[in-house]
Ligand binder design. Structure first.
Ligand SMILES: [Zn+2]
Length: 190
């Protein structure tokens, strides 16, 4: 398992909206972390892995896609591609468990990436893009379409799972890992 270029291993089945709002302030000021010989933070490691994963995705993209031609639409494509590796049950409106946070029985609804994971991922990639020389105004991860998509996913998932992403009680959550995605091996890597 550890050979997977994963975005993390947590099956984020609980609400997880933390750690997605603090990633952008450091963009353009990465000298502090890179000049230090200390162990990179978990966040930095995760960000680097995410960036590599996205690079792999571009590399395997057909037709070929270079970073500077990457648009918000391509980012959405990437997010939809990741969905097939998700581990979060998202009930369809006709499912009897629609809106139940803890269904009592299995159901055939699809598994998706949780919104909190996607949101955090986009934050990391957005920062990584600029740290790797991308211009903020051309940042595809900050595109309006991406923001709208994430909002849509959040609303949809909060309804389907009966989980409010807006008002979050952190009290009962263990101080666990930040939201992370389960990532596939890059296409063509087999
Ligand atoms: Zn269901």
């Amino acid at each position: 398992m550890d050979s997977l270029p994963d975005i993390g291993g947590e099956s984020s089945n609980s609400e997880n909206t933390g750690n997605n709002n603090n990633s952008l302030t450091l963009a353009g000021n990465s000298s502090a972390s890179s000049s230090s010989s200390a162990t990179p933070s978990r966040y930095e490691n995760q960000k680097r892995r995410d960036w590599n994963t996205f690079g792999q995705y571009l590399k395997n993209h057909r037709p070929p896609l270079s970073l500077n031609r990457c648009s918000g639409a391509h980012v959405l494509e990437f997010l939809r591609y990741l969905d097939q590796f998700g581990k979060t049950k998202i009930h369809t409106p006709i499912c009897p468990f629609y809106g139940h946070p803890n269904p009592p029985a299995p159901c055939p609804c699809p598994l998706r990436q949780a919104w909190g994971s996607l949101d955090a991922l986009i934050g990391r990639l957005r920062a990584a893009y600029e740290e790797n020389g991308g211009k903020p105004e051309a940042n595809p991860f900050g595109a309006r379409a991406v923001r709208l998509y994430l909002r849509e996913v959040r609303d949809l998932q909060s309804k389907a799972r009966g989980v409010s992403y807006e008002k979050k009680k952190r009290k009962r959550l263990p101080p666990s890992q930040p939201p992370q995605l389960q990532l596939p091996p890059p296409p063509g890597a087999i």
